[in-house]
Design a protein around this ligand. Structure first.
Ligand SMILES: Nc1ncnc2c1ncn2[C@@H]1O[C@H](COP(=O)(O)OP(=O)(O)OP(=O)(O)O)[C@@H](O)[C@H]1O
Ligand SMILES: [Mg+2]
Length: 236
């Protein structure tokens, strides 16, 4: 589904990513783990084309997308929920979902198109508050809405930047359960995280990034069993 090779990225003259290689297969959930400032957001922004100061190869569904604009990458079926997961604050939950709607592309994974009913089955709070303005929702509910709105675009690959960040433990647990259910629908996901426990309960495979370089690649189970690696890169 996605193959990144030799990705470098820059902010002005500041070199931030150094030859990142990673891959995500159809139906997989892959987590990019790393501490503050490791390069997680920069990697996702580069894949999505939001950061255009990048070089290397990014192949998505068999086509090179490394030089494309983010709008075009979105049209090709990549959905992105940024760290600050902007929702339309003045619009209702339903209006936000409608704003995200896009017809499924030919050959999109998880053939069944997303609609409000499927979204509400996954995120019951959004059903309850469907007529409320987005800015009246809690932080966790706004994050669910941001994910839901992106799903309404029927992406073949969903990029999530730190979905658990800044949320209370009970809300993190809710999001974890919802993403586990989402995984069962066959959606392919690449997400970034600092929360190891969260990641290990969701991921098929993990990469650890530090200082813009991939330091580790393995299954969630192999990382769970590898205390030395966790201590070296994640301090847990
Ligand atoms: N707009 C920017 N301009 C210059 N440098 C930046 C910019 N954004 C990030 N950086 C630098 O790039 C490096 C990687 O940052 P990035 O935001 O990708 O890390 P991250 O892993 O997402 O961290 P966090 O967990 O805090 O979100 C850091 O050294 C950071 O200071
Ligand atoms: Mg980040």
């Amino acid at each position: 589904m996605l193959t990144v090779s030799g990705l470098d990225a820059f902010y002005g003259s500041s070199h931030v990513l150094f030859g990142i290689d990673l891959g995500v297969g159809a139906g997989e959930v892959v987590v990019l783990l790393g501490r503050n400032g490791a390069g997680k957001t920069t990697t996702l922004k580069s894949v999505m084309g939001v950061l255009d100061s990048r070089s290397g190869s990014i192949r998505f569904k068999g086509a090179e997308i490394g030089a494309l604009e983010s709008d075009e990458i979105c049209r090709r079926g990549m959905g992105y929920v940024p760290e600050d997961c902007r929702v339309f604050r003045g619009l209702s939950v339903l209006e936000n979902l409608e704003a995200g709607r896009r017809a499924p592309r030919h050959g999109a994974a998880g053939a069944e198109a997303w609609d409000e009913e499927r979204i509400f089955q996954l995120f019951p709070d959004l059903r309850t508050f469907q007529s409320r303005r987005a800015d009246s929702l809690s932080g966790g509910q706004q994050r669910m809405l941001a994910i839901a709105r992106t799903l309404m675009g029927n992406p073949s690959l969903l990029l999530l930047d730190e979905p658990s960040e800044g949320l209370a433990p009970l809300v993190v647990q809710d999001i974890l359960e919802q993403l586990r259910k989402l995984k069962q629908t066959g959606v392919t996901i690449l997400l970034s995280e600092q929360n190891l426990k969260f990641s290990l309960q969701l991921a098929d495979r993990v990469y650890i990034i530090e200082k813009g370089t991939i330091k580790y690649e393995g299954t969630a189970q192999s990382l769970a069993d590898d205390r030395a690696t966790r201590e070296a890169y994640l301090m847990v």
